[in-house]
Design a protein around this ligand. Structure first.
Ligand code: 13P
Length: 252
């Protein structure tokens, strides 16, 4: 039985003071749980200071992005090499990065590799647009994004990778995907991982769902067999909602 993984993606919210206060409260209310792993993804600027404050037995930290080269003349970028030892995970290829910041499949592939090289666990985000979904292309889109994102990952390295299914049309829209469709997408992802790495690797890889998760719908996803947890956006900014979702994962 894989541990449930609940990640709060704070996106570009919570400044240093707000983030520190949130984490302080989270450390107070959460207990270390053997069956649930909790991760928060704050802004890059706050990561280092939060890494000194966090109790890693209770929760871990994820960066929201990284650059794939380890150093050099790349103004404004933060390399995975500098996040090493500060964050435990790093989100890669989030749809807001793919579509707002025009990250390419090649960027994403190189970032996954840089994360692993620097001992960060990549959370590879994949998902189809509303148009692709309407055209019945979900399976192909997921397969292409997996093939490309994992192209530099060896079979031994795959156990470091988490895959997050985040359909673009469900992110920040309140239009959450139906659990039955998330279940289908989870199966498609495992089938494609099996095609790339074999059955055992496909059974072991952790898969999350993200997109308009709330306290009210979280349990429906946590009940899906084969789904390992949630990537929560807006609801994770409210500590009460986030801890309630974590509690459901514990019970679920
Ligand atoms: P929302 O939960 O706000 O839809 O965001 C989902 C997301 O993008 C998590 O990475």
């Amino acid at each position: 039985m894989r541990k449930k993984l609940i990640i709060g993606n704070w996106k570009m919210n919570l400044n240093m003071q707000e983030a520190s206060l949130y984490l302080h409260k989270l450390m107070e209310v959460l207990k270390p749980r053997r069956d649930v792993e909790v991760v928060v993804a704050p802004t890059t600027l706050t990561l280092q200071s939060l890494s000194l404050q966090i109790n890693r037995r209770i929760a871990k930290l994820a960066a929201q992005n990284c650059y794939w080269r380890d150093h050099g003349a790349y103004t404004g970028e933060v390399p995975a090499a500098h996040l090493r030892g500060i964050a435990d995970y790093v989100l890669i290829g989030h749809s807001e990065r793919r579509y707002i910041f025009i990250e390419s499949d090649k960027d994403i592939r190189l970032k996954v590799q840089a994360a692993i090289r620097n001992r960060l666990q990549p959370i590879l985000c994949i998902g189809e647009t509303a148009q692709e979904r309407a055209l019945g292309e979900t399976r192909d889109v997921l397969a292409d994004q997996l093939t490309s994102g994992l192209a530099n990952v060896t079979a031994e390295e795959l156990d470091k990778v988490v895959i997050a299914y985040e359909p673009i049309w469900a992110i920040g829209t309140g239009d959450n995907a139906k659990p039955v469709d998330v279940k289908k997408a989870t199966q498609m992802i495992r089938q494609h991982v099996a095609h790339l790495y074999g059955k055992k690797a496909a059974e072991e890889v952790r898969i999350l769902y993200g997109g308009s998760i709330t306290v009210d719908n979280a349990a429906d996803y946590l009940a899906i067999s084969g789904l390992d947890g949630l990537l929560v956006g807006a609801a994770s900014l409210d500590i009460h909602q986030f801890t309630e979702i974590i509690e459901k994962a514990h019970k679920g």
